[in-house]
Design a protein around this ligand. Structure first.
Ligand SMILES: CC(C)(COP(=O)(O)OP(=O)(O)OC[C@H]1O[C@@H](n2cnc3c(N)ncnc32)[C@H](O)[C@@H]1OP(=O)(O)O)[C@@H](O)C(=O)NCCC(=O)NCCS
Length: 155
């Protein structure tokens, strides 16, 4: 398994990866903006890109904007490795808190974050729109990145 920081030129591959994981895909243009304003880590475990995480940092706080692993690569600890790598990246940049939002019905992601030590600090009602059904509430979770980050700096 290897994790690297995404670079300019990765936008189309990131959009394709996102589209293979999420029902509502993000465009290459969106990833172009994230490459300028956020850190994107890409995990390879056999395929060139099996998963990714997008991390935004500002004023001593970090936020995981999205995280995903290809269906064929799930259940192998790859998401756990990506969250730890992102936490290490944030801790190395003096971020004291790491936040994220997760759909209340997303059992896999909630178990992932709870297992890593995130705690609930808020709830956003009807946060994620869903075609044909009521919008899903989101939980706001938080942890101290230094508690779970590894040594990666990803400069
Ligand atoms: C959520 C997701 C990222 C997990 O990826 P993954 O690589 O399979 O997760 P890992 O193998 O690292 O699992 C880590 C922990 O997550 C939890 N978990 C993962 N998949 C699970 C599942 N299907 N059911 C219940 N718990 C699950 C477990 O606690 C697991 O720890 P364990 O292996 O010690 O039991 C993946 O399912 C995914 O990409 N889902 C679609 C996108 C998404 O929902 N992203 C999260 C947005 S907030």
């Amino acid at each position: 398994m290897s994790i690297r920081k995404a670079l300019p030129g990765d936008e189309k591959a990131l959009a394709a990866l996102h589209g293979a994981i999420f029902a509502q895909g993000w465009s290459a243009q969106s990833f172009d903006a994230f490459l300028r304003d956020a850190a994107i880590l890409v995990l390879s475990h056999g395929a060139p890109a099996d998963g990714f995480i997008v991390l935004r940092m500002a004023a001593g706080e970090a936020e995981i904007l999205t995280l995903g692993v290809l269906p064929s690569a799930r259940g192998k600890g790859l998401a756990k490795a990506l969250v730890r790598a992102a936490a290490g990246h944030a801790a190395a940049r003096n971020c004291k808190d790491l936040y994220l939002e997760v759909g209340i019905e997303n059992k896999a992601a909630r178990a992932l974050y709870e297992g890593l030590g995130f705690v609930q600090v808020g709830r956003r009602n009807a946060y994620y729109p869903r075609p044909g059904q009521p919008a899903e509430d989101a939980l706001v979770l938080k942890c101290a990145p230094s508690d779970l980050g590894n040594a990666h700096g990803f400069d």
